[in-house]
Each structure stands twice: as C-alpha cells, then as structure tokens.
Write a protein that binds this ligand. Sequence first.
Ligand SMILES: [Zn+2]
Length: 371
Amino acid sequence: MKYMINNWKLISGLFLLLLISSFPASALEKAVPKNIILLIGDGMGIAQITAGKIVKKHLNLEEFKQLGLLMTHSGNALVTDSAASGTAMATGYKTDNKAISVSHDDEPLKTVIEYAQEVNKVTGLVVTSSITHATPAVFAAHVKSRKNQTLIAEQLSKSGVDVLLGGGWGYFVPNTTKGSFRNDHKNLLVELAEHTIVIQTEKEFNELGDVDSVVGLFARKALPGADQRSPGLSEMTQKAIQILSKNQKGFFLMVEGSQIDWAGHDNDADGIIREMIDFDNAIGIALDFAKNNNETLVLVTADHETGGFAIHDGSVTKQQITETQFTQSDHTAEMVPVFAYGPGASDFTGIGDNTKIGKLLIHYLQIHPLK
Ligand SMILES: [Zn+2]
C-alpha cells in the first residue's frame, strides 16, 4: 500500500510538472500555495465554534467557503490525544497516543517543517501553551513521549525553526536557574542566542526590530488565559507573519489556540468562549494576510474535540449562552471541521482523515516550482 501511494505521488507529481510547463504562472499559483498557515484550535469541535459564533456574532471563520470534516482517531485508540493527531497533521501518518512524530516502532516521521526547510522556506510555530507542548512539538521534534518536554526543548533548539513564540522557558534553562524544569546544566536559551534573537518579555517583543528569526518564550510554562496574556495570540501571529513573509521562497507557519482544550478539560464554558474568540481573532490576522496575497493557503482545523461540549440554551440576539453540558472531561472521537482558504483550498472539502492535512501539505512542498 505504501508503494502504491509513492507511485501515485510520483505519477501525480510528473503529471503536475507537465501541467506546470504548459500553464501560465498565475494558474499554477492557484493550485499550489507558496505560503501555508495552519491554525489548530486544540479541542475545537463544532459546539466550541458555535459558542464562539453566538457570543461574538460574526466569526472570521465565516469568511472560509471551503469546508470539510476530519476523523481524528489515533493509531492505537479511537479517542486521540494532541500528540497523535498533531503527528497526523504534521507528517501524514497515524501514530499512537503520546508519540511526537515517531511511528509505533519509534521511527522518526518527517514533518511538514522539515520538508519546508528542504525547499528553503522559513518556518514558525506560535502557541499559547509551552512551545514544548504536544501540538507545536510534533512539527519539529521526534520523541516517543510528549511528557519528555526537556528533550523536546533540546530538539526544538536545534530544529532551525525560524520563529518560535509561546511559553515554556522553564524547559530551556539549566537546573541552577530558579523555575527550571531541567535535570541538567544545559542552557538552551544561550545556545539559541548564538544564532537567533531570544526574548522573554512583552517589552522586548514590542521593541523587536526588523529580524529574520526570533525565539520568544514569555512564561515559565503556558501563557496565561486569553484575557490576561500579552503578547496575545493575534500579536504573536502578526509578528510571525511579518517576519516569515520576507522570505522570497515562502513560509510555513503553525498557530495553535492551545487553551480551548484546557477549558474543555475543566468543563469551563466561559473559558471555551474566551479562548475560541481569541483564536478566531488570530484567524483574522492570517486571513487578512492571505487576502492580500494570492499565494497563501490558510487552513483552520482542530486536533480533536474536548469535553463532549453541548449548548442547551441561550440567545443569538442577546449573544448569550445560558445552559451548557459536558459529557466528560477528556477528548472525544467526533469529527472536527477543516476550513480552507487560498490555493489548494478545494482539496480539503468532504469527509476525510486528519492524515490528509499532512499528506497534502507535504505534497505541495514537494511539487512547488520554487523548489
Ligand atoms: Zn487535551
């Protein structure tokens, strides 16, 4: 089966090359994105989006015209965790829960960021969790267990990812530093500072000049909630796009609304709404960029739903939700939506599997003419 897929890729790649030679550049740009922005709402099911829509009234998500649904099960469970579903989106392969872009047999699975780097695109990860958390980790690390965040920090430091913004400096500083999560003397921030700019405060973020890369870790672990963090997800997304879009060969950026999931685990409906609206604001930043640039594919999806969240009462006119319920405090197996805008968007319609994200993104990176 694997060989069949490879053959199919080869044949479709050759066919596309033929098309490339006979089509004008503008037609080609419609089919293959130069830039990719993947926004992942962790734990964002349909009910979470509905809650955001009722309270915010209009979501940036409504600008998307191409929608699909994705199955999220992992290699060893019907109900996935963020590591396995993230791996599916980052590599195109199913793996077991807790695995960070390694197979069931612990073999590394090449990620969309590693493919992007091969074709000289610049890359970025922007999150509101620790940058070593499962969803960002799957794009640039290969570790058997998501719990090994100190090892993930080491791999992220060596990954060559141009923009890393989020929380988690505690995983990067030596055990002699107060607040460190490490058991050794490694100071990854000092190692990173040899080839990029390392910042840790809002002031440094606001004063950041015209840079080509940056590592910004603004909390020991996760960033605070949506109404308390600064820089916020939208500011970080804006900064990442500003830095990465300078590259002539294009970029790949993953942005995660990390804490929609945590509010789901806490069965906190108000928290879900706050984080959902905050995530939608960041989606607006990505869309604004894509609307002025016909070479950018924007994808918004989730890794899974969290909480079995349901809305039971409220009012659309009053923009109010008065009654909700949760089936439990963990993830569920329900399908998640995928919203697509820009070149390649129609590839994501219909019902599919979450591996489709990784497979298609890698496919684009392998056939892009700017290679
Ligand atoms: Zn979760």
